[in-house]
Design a protein around this ligand. Structure first.
Ligand code: KG4
Ligand code: ZN
Length: 363
C-alpha cells in the first residue's frame, strides 16, 4: 500500500509517500518539507497568519515534488498529481492539533485530492504521529545495555510509555496497543520546547531556541548554576515549565552582562532542569505501568543530552527497558510520521467527516 501523506500543522509544509507492507516497517519513498522558519526568525516566533500564507504557497509544489520523487516513472510537474490515481492507495493528513490557518490548508487539500481521485482519507492526530516516527526507522534504536548507540533492527513491543515533547506539547501516554492508549499526564503550562524557545529568546538566541540552547550548553564548563525542577516530585505525571522560565528570566535580568561563558552556563542549567524532570517522570511512568519499552517523539526528542540522560538512568536502574528515539530528521514536524501512523492505524474516513481541529487533544 502507498500512502500520500500531508502535514501542515504549524510552520512546516510537508508531503511524503510511504510504502507499507503488513508485517514490515513502513518505508519512506519520498519526503519533501518546506518551512517558513526564516520568516518566523525575523519575528522571534510564529505569527499564525504568516505561517498559513506560506502553507498556501508551498502546499501543491511540495505534494508534486513528493509524488515525482516517489514515482518510478518520469514525471513532469503537470502530470505528477494524476499519478495519485494509479500509484497511491490512500491519503493521510494531520487534522490537529495545530494552528487553524495552517491545518486548514493541509486538510482541505487532502479532502479535495481524496474526493477527486476517489481515495480513502485517513485523518491523523499530529501528536500521536510524533511517537509513530519511531516505526519509521528500525536503526535509530538505542541499546540500553551498552554505552554506545547500536544500529539494530528491533521491533517495538507493547505496552509502552510514550513521551511527546514538542514546541506546543509535553505529554505522557500509556499504550497497550495501537488502538488502546491512555493519557497519563502533561504540562500544566508551558511545553518543554516552549520553555527552551522562551528562555532562548531572553538569551537573544534565534528561534527555535531548543537546538541553540543545546549547542551553547555543550560549551559550559563549570555547570554549577541550578534552576528548580517544577513538579519533579509530584504524585502525578504532570509537568510545569513556566516557573523555570520565570526563574531563568529573573536570573538573566539581574546580570549586568551575559558573557558567552555565562550564556553557556545558563543554557546548560536550563537544559539540565528540563531534562531532569522529563527523565524522572518518564521512568516513574514506566515503573508504575510496568512497561519495558519507552518511546520518545517530538522536536525536543532530538536533544542529545535528553537522550543520553534517559539512557544513563535506565542503565543505572533495576529495569530492563528498551528505549526508542526517532531518527533526528523525523523528530520535528514531517509528513513521513503522518503516513506511518496512518499505515499502522488505518482508519479511512469519509472526506465529509474530516475537519481541522486546532485544539484536538487526547481522549
Ligand atoms: O515537534 P516540533 O517540530 O513542533 C511542534 O509540534 O511543536 O517541535 C519544535 C520544538 C521547538 O520548541 C524547538 O525549540 C524544539 O522542538 N527543539 C529542541 C531541539 N530541536 C528542536 N529542543 C531542544 N533540543 C533540541 N535539539
Ligand atoms: Zn509537532
Amino acid at each position: 500500500m502507498k500512502i500520500l501523506s500531508i502535514e501542515t500543522s504549524c510552520d512546516e509544509t510537508s508531503a511524503a509517500v510511504i510504502e507499507y507492507v503488513e508485517g514490515s516497517f513502513p518505508k519512506v519513498l519520498s519526503l519533501i518539507t518546506a518551512t517558513s522558519l526564516e520568516t518566523h526568525k525575523k519575528t522571534g516566533g510564529i505569527i499564525p497568519e504568516n505561517a498559513a500564507r506560506a502553507q498556501v504557497e508551498y502546499m501543491l509544489p511540495v505534494i508534486i515534488e513528493s509524488l515525482t520523487k516517489a514515482s518510478e516513472k518520469k514525471l513532469t510537474p503537470g502530470t505528477a498529481l494524476s499519478t495519485i490515481s494509479s500509484d497511491i492507495d490512500a491519503i493521510a493528513v494531520t487534522y490537529g492539533p495545530g494552528l487553524i490557518g495552517s491545518l486548514l490548508v493541509g486538510v482541505e487539500t487532502a479532502k479535495t485530492l481524496a474526493y477527486i481521485y476517489n481515495k480513502p482519507l485517513i485523518p491523523v492526530h499530529h501528536l500521536l504521529a510524533h511517537l509513530y516516527a519511531n516505526w519509521l526507522v528500525a536503526d535509530s534504536v538505542l541499546h540500553v545495555e551498552s554505552s554506545t548507540t547500536h544500529h539494530t533492527q528491533r521491533a517495538i513491543s507493547f505496552p509502552f510509555i510514550g513521551l511527546i515533547v514538542s514546541g506546543g506539547h509535553t505529554d505522557l501516554l500509556y499504550f497497550k496497543s495501537h488502538e488502546e492508549y491512555t493519557w497519563i499526564g502533561g504540562t500544566r503550562d508551558d511545553a518543554a520546547g516552549e520553555a527552551f524557545d522562551k528562555i532562548g529568546r531572553i538569551l537573544q538566541l534565534p528561534y527555535p531556541a531548543g537546538p541553540e540552547i543545546e549547542k551553547k550548553a555543550k560549551k559550559a564548563t563549570e555547570k554549577k548554576l541550578r534552576f528548580s525542577r517544577g513538579l519533579k516530585h509530584s504524585e502525578d505525571f504532570d509537568f510545569s515549565f513556566s516557573g523555570l522560565k520565570s526563574e531563568a528570566a529573573r536570573y538573566i535580568q539581574k546580570q549586568d552582562n551575559v558573557s558567552d561563558e555565562l550564556q553557556a552556563e545558563i543554557s546548560y542549567a536550563v537544559q539540565d532542569a528540563i531534562t531532569d524532570v522529563l527523565v524522572h517522570k518518564t521512568l516513574k511512568a514506566a515503573e508504575k505501568y510496568n512497561c519495558k519499552t519507552i518511546l520518545l517523539g517530538g522536536g525536543v526528542s532530538a536533544n542529545e543530552y535528553l537522550r543520553k540522560c534517559l539512557n544513563f538512568e535506565i542503565r543505572n536502574s533495576k529495569f530492563e527497558i528498551n528505549l526508542f528515539f526517532p531518527e533526528k530528521k523525523y523528530t520535528t514536524d514531517n509528513a513521513a510520521m503522518i503516513g506511518t501512523y496512518a499505515a499502522l492505524h488505518y482508519t479511512p474516513t469519509h472526506w465529509h467527516l474530516v475537519s481541522a481541529l486546532p485544539n484536538l487533544y487526547f481522549e
